[in-house]
Design a protein around this ligand. Structure first.
Ligand SMILES: [Zn+2]
Length: 258
């Protein structure tokens, strides 16, 4: 009974999260877009994941919870300040993931926003001149009221959903496709989703955590990640961090209006 109840609750949360308080934008771009994102920022995401992207001339978005820096977690050891600095110098984007890596729906909205503000302030203190412009919800979907509040803080916010952003997208809850053991993804499924996004001129946002030979349920191996990046790089899409992809979408729209 409790399993049935939890399924109903989870379905209700997803329904209201995806239907309410949306900030819709049309995804119209002549060149399809792909973004690679890493949540929590474990060291392997910077060193291994970042190097793989770099070898294909691509850059990533790292969604960081600065309260976790240096901590040992289930996705491995989290990055250091030096890792963040190096990523910024190499042109990667740092996005916000709350300071404390909070449960998104279950956390009191006031506490959730306070954790976002703290993450912003700490970033400004450790890397002056750099600020978060994008956000990824940690663990679960957002309450509609939280979606509305985050509009004041970020240009866009990413969730999950395992589909590309095609036609229209909600900037308060962009879809992403997680590459991880938990979702049991295989390379053929990934190729299909890339092909679908390309043929629909969509924006496909990939997400993962650790990239290592023995990944957590939330990560993948270097070989698998390389296969995905290789297929994405030769797909005809442009690979950009989330903020750059968003700017390209907005630029395309402004150009059309003129
Ligand atoms: Zn996370």
């Amino acid at each position: 009974m409790s399993t049935i109840l939890s399924k109903v609750v989870s379905k209700y949360r997803r329904l209201v999260a995806y239907r309410l308080n949306r900030r819709m934008v049309s995804i119209e771009t002549q060149v399809p877009l792909i973004s690679f994102t890493f949540d929590d920022a474990p060291i392997t995401a910077f060193h291994t994941g970042g190097n793989i992207l770099h070898s294909y001339g691509a850059r990533a978005t790292y969604f960081v919870s600065l309260g976790l820096l240096g901590a040992t977690t289930e996705v491995g050891t989290i990055a250091s300040i030096d890792d963040l600095l190096r990523a910024v110098n190499e042109g990667h984007e740092l996005g916000c993931h709350t300071f404390d890596h909070l449960y998104t729906w279950q956390t009191n909205p006031k506490k959730f926003i306070e954790s976002i503000t703290r993450n912003k302030l700490v970033l400004e203190s450790i890397i002056p001149g750099i600020c978060f412009k994008t956000f990824a919800y940690p663990i679960g979907v957002p309450r509609p009221s939280v979606k509305s509040q985050l509009e004041k803080h970020f240009l866009c916010c990413r969730g999950g959903g395992q589909i590309p952003n095609v036609g229209f997208a909600d900037l308060n809850l962009l879809k992403a496709y997680f590459i991880d053991k938990r979702n049991n993804v295989d390379i053929e499924s990934i190729k299909k989703i890339i092909d679908h996004s390309i043929s629909s001129s969509g924006w496909l946002i990939f997400a993962t955590h650790d990239v290592t030979e023995k990944p957590s349920p939330y990560g993948c191996t270097p070989h698998f990640f390389t296969e995905v990046v290789k297929y994405a790089a030769q797909s005809g899409a442009v690979i950009l961090p989330v903020i750059d992809a968003l700017e390209r979408l907005q630029l395309a729209k402004e150009t059309r209006i003129e």
